[in-house]
Design a protein around this ligand. Structure first.
Ligand code: HEC
Length: 474
């Protein structure tokens, strides 16, 4: 197994790039060398069958396809590859074939999802996409206050309050380490905001820690209040001791969910893989604390010697989306996987979600990570995206403006530039529809008090952020 610390030498290395690499790299080279002569340059078929038409004569599950590749179909002219290719290489070829299928379909998806006369057409609703405002850097998080004003985080460190479409900067928020994927991240008001005025922020904190002379940082959570244009009354809610800070510039996780006096949030593996399985460190975990920062004594590893006491669940690579199901109260999370391994998970206490031991993905460069997708004691994702969409914010839709989407999960994808509408029944994904495509990198999504859907659409190089809303049309 290779680790991202080796592969991602630059801070900017992120799964956001995974989509751009679809169909390239080590797995493509393997495919070209060993398979293309019979199955076609892009898997379209030839002497061997098409590998992208979703017709699988010998079964379409990962296991069945792996078996055909391993054992071959000698009487039909399909060579057995066992001994030539490792199990990990076979796994990377399956990911590659699935990517090729997606590429073949994308043209069609694009045609279907482009607006006509400014109107987007989906299964249940038509809508227009309206720009609300623009920012000079990435728009990371969108939150609504009870008076219908809005809070927005701009990743390079600015908190905006938006009232009637006008934005003003709130001064005095914490200094952020704005390197790589770091910066000012999540914002959310306390559920009792009307009474207590608390607003929560997460950010990448430089607390002065150094590793090998280099600046180290870590995800931190604070709360404070807004008075006029100022951030005041700040309190620390979660700060990991400096020994847990790392020099990597990515996988800070974040996103908040409040429930019954608790605050849930995630921290990514900080691009180091293994720590996600280590219960003594906060990396690669979902955490639960009280909303004032105290640690609940009934957390699953509270009494485990040496364990980090705020851990609620573990084995999470980079949690970037989190929300409660409005009817069941279940906690759902999306996390960035490696290439082909983005996940949707139903988060429960004490559960191991498997990263980096099991995953459906491979390295960004198309070389294998592992052939292990299942393991005893490790939870399967409810859904995984192959290819990756670079999952970010999620929101269960609770508004009335789009009745056909009520209680569906709206999931964003940055590199795929998508919003997907996901229907979950009995904890299973039963339907997925792409409702927005190629309008910008979608980082966050939120339902407004007006029932409209607000999306953060970003562009890179130079970074630009835009808040847009989906407005239904008859
Ligand atoms: C010498 C030609 C040849 C090469 C090289 C070859 N295949 Fe095949 N492959 C075939 C033939 C022929 C079939 C059987 C088609 C049929 O079912 O009639 C097949 C079938 C398959 C199937 C099953 C398809 C289905 O419908 O279930 C898979 C998967 C597959 N090949 C993958 C690969 C991969 C991956 C490689 C490269 C490592 C590869 N093949 C290399 C000729 C080849």
């Amino acid at each position: 197994m290779k680790y991202f610390s080796i592969l991602c030498l630059v801070a900017f290395c992120s799964t956001s790039f995974a989509q751009n690499r679809i169909g390239t790299g080590g797995s493509k080279e393997l495919y070209t060398q060993y398979c293309a002569q019979c199955h076609g340059q892009n898997g379209e078929g030839g002497q061997g069958s098409s590998l992208i038409d979703d017709v699988w004569k010998w079964g379409g599950s990962d296991e069945e396809i792996a078996k055909v590749i391993r054992e071959g179909l000698p009487e039909l002219g399909m060579v057995p590859w066992e001994g030539v290719l490792s199990e990990e290489q076979i796994r990377s070829l399956i990911i590659f074939m699935r990517e090729q299928k997606y590429l073949a379909e994308t043209t069609d998806l694009l045609k279907r999802s482009m607006p006509k006369d400014g109107i987007f057409t989906t299964q249940y609703h038509k809508f227009r996409l309206e720009k609300v405002l623009e920012l000079d850097d990435i728009l990371w998080s969108i939150a609504f206050l009870p008076d219908e004003s809005m809070l927005l985080t701009q990743r390079d460190g600015v908190l905006w309050k938006v009232t009637n479409g006008k934005k003003r900067e709130i001064k005095g928020t914490p200094e952020v380490r704005g390197v790589g994927q770091g910066g000012l991240l999540e914002v959310a008001p306390h559920p009792d905001f009307k009474k207590n005025g608390w607003i929560y922020l997460s950010y990448s904190q430089d607390a002065g820690a150094k590793v090998g002379g280099k600046t180290a940082s870590m995800t931190a959570v604070v709360r404070g209040r807004i008075k006029g244009n100022k951030w005041v009354d700040q309190e620390e809610i979660f700060m990991a001791p400096p020994k847990f800070h790392t020099t990597k510039g990515g996988h800070y996780g974040s996103r908040f969910v409040f429930k019954d006096g608790y605050l849930f949030f995630g921290i990514g593996d900080r691009q180091e893989g293994d720590p996600a399985q280590d219960l003594t460190v906060p990396h690669g975990k979902i955490h639960r604390i009280y909303d004032d920062g105290r640690v609940p004594k009934d957390n699953p590893f509270y009494n485990t010697p040496g364990a980090y006491k705020t851990i609620w669940a573990y084995g999470n690579r980079n949690p970037q989306g989190m929300d409660l199901h409005p009817l069941t109260g279940d906690l759902w999370e999306t996390e960035h996987g490696p290439r082909g391994g983005d996940e949707l998970n139903w988060i429960r206490p004490g559960i191991n979600y498997g990263w980096p031991v099991i995953t459906y993905g491979m390295n960004y460069d198309g070389t294998p990570w592992t052939d292990k997708t299942h393991m005893e004691g490790m939870e399967q994702p409810t859904h995984y995206w192959l290819p990756s969409i670079a999952t970010a914010g999620i929101d269960f839709y609770e508004g009335d403006a789009f009745p056909g989407w009520k209680y569906n999960l709206l999931a964003t994808g940055m590199s795929a530039e998508e919003v997907q509408r996901i229907v979950i029944q009995d904890k299973k994904v039963v339907h997925i529809e792409t409702i927005l495509k190629k309008q910008g990198r979608v980082r966050d999504i939120a339902t407004g008090p007006d029932g409209l859907i607000y999306v953060a659409l970003n562009r890179r190089g130079p970074n630009k952020g835009g808040l847009h809303k989906l407005v239904p049309v008859e």
